[in-house]
Design a protein around this ligand. Structure first.
Ligand code: TTP
Ligand code: MG
Length: 483
């Protein structure tokens, strides 16, 4: 599925590429090969090398070289025919690891992928820290080495991962940097010394043409007027190369299997009848959902609540926002509005039915546009009891700095005061980040909104908890609290 990633400029793209992939898998499965020159490819007369270990590269062996030539250069290498099924198996493991770092993963071949990690960056101290963690996760999960590049575009991220590779030469093999991050201020200094063949779309024919004109590096290309390139290469190739040479590469990361929606739901051991209880559950579910969106680096445009009544009818209600939503607080407010709308006009104002902060969060506003499958009329629909409650987020996008700024405190008094809003936004972002760090260290129950504080501490929703019905002994409200 094609899913939109973050808009250009503000993006952080990560490129990961396995080191000597086929050859490394062979070494992994036969450890006695470690440290030896290993060549994987066809063994026939007209065959070529598909992959070779860095030890083989030290003898001048390279991918796409004829096997005959590889044997001549390194006769003592171990030549193997390759096991494609096994490489696919490892590739699948790699993909499963990568989606933990971003929902926007675009696989390229078996051993490389681009990730839009713009939103995920919030969980890490820096782009380099993110890259290092991903690299050690890949190595830990597959037993294989990989190289990682990070930059604002696919072009630069790929070149950065190449710059992170191990190095082989006459003197032997030495480890590479492993992770290279190209900051936006360093893009030209990094890109321009590369040969023009480093740019996608520059094949041997174009390269020869440009080299015959005295242009050998990307920097040389960047210095000639774009019209000049169009004259020699044709309009579309000329414009494209002129842009790439100036570090302009807006190609998006097209996610292979990005989620359409993320949701939390819970089936209760006893049907809930009080709006107060339902709102507490909404708070728990929204809190858990906000944490999951944050972990995935996503924001959402549409919030949906799902209610299964005691008679098993299902009702859904959703609201679509014109700004992205991510914080637990905003999710909770939207879900609360939707639930109260279902509960009927009197429910939101009756004394004692709502926790004080839930009433405050509503700010007297009515629920926005709603849609969904209707069980029957909506007045007092929940009075017969609620068996299951769910909150989900769809219309997902990668979170960017600006999407957070627009989403927070919208419609609240502080939002009208520009200076104050900026400060609150920064404070809130710092708070969300701190919460996420505390939770990753001490567990999901370590911190949460005061509304979830019960006599036994925080009653947070854990992922997957009660998804298919409650356990025997657990009450979501704690013993004796359920009405
Ligand atoms: P690459 O990533 O280009 O090469 P590599 O992983 O072997 O080495 P490195 O990335 O460290 O430079 O290709 C990935 C795999 O794709 C490679 O292991 C074998 C396969 N492949 C082919 O089958 N034919 C080819 O012509 C090439 C280049 C690769
Ligand atoms: Mg590779």
């Amino acid at each position: 599925m094609a899913a939109p990633a973050a808009p250009a400029r503000s993006r952080l793209v990560l490129h990961v590429d396995m080191d000597a992939f086929f050859a490394s898998v062979e070494v992994l499965d036969a450890p006695s090969l470690a440290g030896l020159p290993v060549v994987v490819g066809g063994t026939g007369e007209r065959s070529v090398v598909a992959s070779c270990s860095y030890e083989a590269r030290a003898f001048g062996v390279a991918a796409a070289m004829s096997t005959y030539e590889a044997r001549r250069r390194c006769p003592h290498a171990v030549f193997l025919p390759g096991r494609f099924w096994r490489y696919s198996e490892v590739s699948e493991v790699l993909h499963r690891l990568l989606v933990r770092f971003s929902p926007f993963v675009e696989g390229v071949g078996l051993d490389e992928a681009y990730l839009d990690v713009t939103g995920s960056l919030r969980r890490f101290a820096s782009p380099l820290a993110l890259g290092r963690e991903l690299r050690s996760a890949v190595t830990g999960g597959t037993g294989l080495g990989c190289s990682v590049g990070l930059a604002s575009s696919k072009l630069l991220a790929k070149l950065a991962s190449e710059a992170a590779k191990p190095v082989s030469g006459r003197g032997g093999t030495r480890p590479g940097k492993g992770v290279v991050y190209v900051a936006s201020d360093d893009e030209e200094a990094f890109l321009w010394p590369h040969p023009i063949r480093a740019l996608p779309g520059v094949g041997p024919v174009s390269a020869r043409k440009l080299e015959s004109l005295g242009l050998s590096t990307v920097g040389d290309l960047a210095r000639v007027p774009p019209e000049w390139m169009c004259r020699y290469l044709g309009r579309s190739a000329g414009v494209r190369l002129a842009e790439l040479a100036r570090c302009v590469d807006p190609r998006p990361v097209i996610a292979d299997r990005a989620p359409r929606s993320i949701g939390q739901e819970e089936t209760f051991p006893r049907d809930l009848r009080s709006v107060g209880d339902l709102l507490l559950e909404i708070a728990r579910l929204s809190d858990a959902l906000g944490a999951r969106l944050g972990e995935a680096g996503l924001v959402a445009r549409t919030i949906t609540i799902k209610v299964r009544l005691a008679d098993r009818r299902i009702i859904t209600r959703s609201r679509t926002f014109d700004h992205p939503v991510r914080s637990s607080r905003e999710l909770r407010r939207a879900a609360t509005e939707l639930l109260l709308h279902l509960a009927g006009p009197d429910e939101g104002s009756g004394p004692g039915l709502l926790p004080g902060d839930a009433r405050g969060a509503l700010g007297g506003r009515a629920a926005g546009g709603s849609a969904g499958r209707e069980a029957s009329g909506s007045e007092g629909m929940l009075a017969g009891g609620v068996r299951l409650l769910g909150v989900s987020a769809s219309g997902l996008e990668a979170a960017t700095g600006s999407s957070f700024q627009m989403s927070l405190f919208d419609g609240e008094p502080e939002a009208r005061d520009g200076a104050k809003t900026g400060l609150r936004v920064a404070q809130s972002e710092a708070l969300e980040m701190a919460l996420s760090k505390v939770r990753s260290r001490y567990g999901v129950a370590a911190v949460g909104p005061t509304a979830l504080l019960g006599p036994r501490g925080l009653r947070v929703k854990r992922r997957g908890e009660s998804q298919w019905g409650p356990g025997e002994s657990r009450s979501p409200l704690g013993a004796g609290e359920s009405k």
